[in-house]
Design a protein around this ligand. Structure first.
Ligand code: XIL
Length: 571
């Protein structure tokens, strides 16, 4: 692996360079006593500049906050990046916490320093439901007052930075998560204070105000989880309609671009990212990746193999970005080094706390080489197990003897830092259904959370045709039952005929499920995509632990490509 060598040489360089470059040593070396040799900060020496590497593709960005301007951090920032986003300083609560009292000093200082360094500036964000003062749109405010507040804030801020920012996130995160009916974008809107005060028209209003105040700036709609097909479709419909209805606002359509935030994880499927990119590009707008990070590891610890996997995700993403580069204006990372990231404990950036390039950096800098050198770790082989033939009673208190001979499956790979409830399961099948018996131990037995997936519960994932798709099809399903026997499902084709039972003993519980086949006629030898998950709630309610059998991506609820394999065997 070339990576090890690179890292090693970078480390040697950091240790040796300061020794060689003190002025006294320099004087002895070349007899030149006057010239102060330049000490390059860690994170620059010996590695390519990302902005140079990508100069023919797109702008490369990162965020700035107060500490970003300290040395050597700012040197690293300037070396690799040619555009900055303020992490917090240009959000509504930073600029107009009190009505009418605009506070620009901090943001101005940042923008000036960024521009003085020869970098460009991107504005983030004019309207959002977070980090915004409640006087703007509190419950019960009159509609007209809310519109005035929105327009006034937008115009004042956009005018203030006019000529200094090249683009704006005009509106942030207006669409809900995984909307059930994404064709209807209005029905998919997040129920934010702006929406409640003004209605869906707030979107056109804020974009028009921004265009009027700064006709040059490229105006973006910005959101996260746009690798989710449904969310992406709702955004697509919204931007399409707004641009069709407003084709000429100051000489061009109202919305110039879509920002894909890109807060990703090891389990993120680059194909999903690519298909959303393609969908947005088909609208004729530009796309930017606006807040890229990839979580890996936990509690500030990143093992060597996790670091390599994280690099692979970055590499695969950048392969996609390069492919679509003619339509991508900018790729901005949300954080320079792990310790400064908003998600520091999940180690999501390209540099470690000493500003040393991580494997992730090399994945970005040269995706093809990185993938070639590290391919062997991609596509970890799925675990396999067997279901025996048999039809058990759906009884959790006194499980049917039919289960006795079935092989036991361990549900004990933890996905979160906390290692809580875990267990074992057995599977049977007949012509009609799969049957799952799961025993869970070490549970806190809490179902206080309104989110069913946070309650102490067992989930079964089934991909009947073992199609390993990046989204759920008709043959796929997620079946959940909590320790109290309450069911919750995510099954596109419906859950007719599902049966279940649960039984509790102390900190342990047993669940039994019958899951009818919907799309296949099973026979001996059929392979089914299959996985199991145990959600462990904390005593206070929220989920603190997740244990799985095979798929450690955390994506099984919407993506079957990581599931294990169940072979339907004879008795
Ligand atoms: C985050 C900042 O990084 C944190 O410092 C702050 O406490 C919360 O906001 N989506 C966005 C960003 O659009 O503004 C958020 O930034 C991260 C999620």
């Amino acid at each position: 692996m070339t990576l090890g060598k690179k890292t090693l040489s970078a480390v040697l360089f950091v240790i040796i360079l300061p020794l060689l470059s003190c002025s006294a040593c320099a004087g002895k070396r070349d007899g030149n006593q006057t010239r102060e040799p330049e000490i390059m900060p860690a994170g620059i020496e010996n590695i390519p500049s990302l902005q140079e590497t990508f100069q023919n593709y797109f702008l490369m960005g990162n965020i700035v906050s107060g500490p970003a301007f300290e040395s050597p951090r700012f040197d690293v920032l300037k070396y690799h990046f040619n555009i900055a986003t303020a992490e917090n300083a240009m959000k509504p609560d930073s600029l107009q916490r009190e009505k009418g009292a605009f506070t620009f000093a901090q943001a101005d200082g940042m923008v000036d320093r960024v521009l003085a360094a020869g970098m460009k500036m991107h504005g983030h964000t004019l309207a959002w439901h977070q980090q915004s003062p409640s006087w703007m749109n509190y419950e019960g405010i009159g509609r007209q007052e809310a519109v005035d507040n929105l327009v006034n804030h937008t115009k004042t801020v956009a005018e203030h930075f006019r000529g200094r920012v090249v683009s704006w996130d005009v509106l942030n995160e207006a669409i809900g998560d995984n909307p059930p009916n994404p064709q209807d974008w209005r029905a998919s809107l997040r129920q934010t204070p702006w929406y409640k005060a003004i209605g869906a028209e707030y979107i056109g209003i804020v974009f028009r105000a921004a265009r009027e105040a700064d006709p040059e700036a490229r105006l973006y709609y910005n959101d996260y989880n746009l690798d989710n097909k449904n969310k992406a479709l709702a955004v697509y419909q919204m931007v399409k309609e707004l641009n069709e209805q407003n084709p000429d606002v100051g000489g061009r359509p109202l919305i110039d671009g879509i920002g894909m935030q890109g807060h990703y994880r090891i389990g993120t499927n680059p194909e999903d990212v690519a298909s959303s990119l393609e969908r947005f590009i088909s609208l004729g707008v530009e796309v930017s990746v606006t807040e890229l990070d990839v979580q890996a590891g936990a509690e500030g610890v990143l093992s060597e193999s996790q670091a390599v996997d994280q690099g692979l995700v970055y590499a695969q993403l950048f392969k996609v970005f390069k492919e679509y580069a003619p339509h991508i204006a900018r790729v901005t990372f949300w954080g320079l080094e792990d310790s400064m990231s908003w998600r520091a404990v999940q180690n999501p950036t390209l540099f470690d706390k000493n500003l040393q390039a991580k494997p992730a950096f090399y994945g970005v800098a040269d995706p093809d080489a990185y993938i070639r050198d590290n391919k062997k770790t991609v596509n970890k082989e799925a675990k396999r197990t067997k279901a025996l033939y048999g039809t058990p009673r759906i009884d959790a208190a006194a499980p049917d003897p039919a289960w006795d001979k079935a092989p036991e499956i361990a549900i004990d790979q933890y996905l979160m830092a906390w290692q809580g409830a875990k267990g074992t399961a057995k599977v049977l099948w007949d012509r009609e259904a799969l049957y799952v018996l799961a025993n869970v131990e070490g549970a806190e037995l809490n179902k206080a959370s309104p989110n069913a997936y946070e309650q102490d519960s067992v989930e079964v994932f089934v991909d009947e045709n073992n199609g390993k798709t990046s989204y759920y099809e008709e043959d796929d399903g997620q079946y959940r039952i909590n320790f109290a026997g309450e069911q919750s499902f995510n099954v596109p084709a419906g859950t007719e005929g599902v049966e279940s039972a649960a039984s509790v003993r102390g900190a342990s519980y047993t669940v039994v499920m019958k899951i009818p086949f919907k799309t296949i006629r099973p026979e001996k030898g059929t392979l089914v995509g299959f996985d199991l998950q145990i959600n462990g709630a904390s005593v206070r309610g929220p989920r603190q632990s997740i244990a799985v059998w095979n798929d450690t991506s955390g994506e099984s609820y919407r993506n079957t490509s990581g599931l294990g394999i169940l072979e339907l065997a004879a008795e």
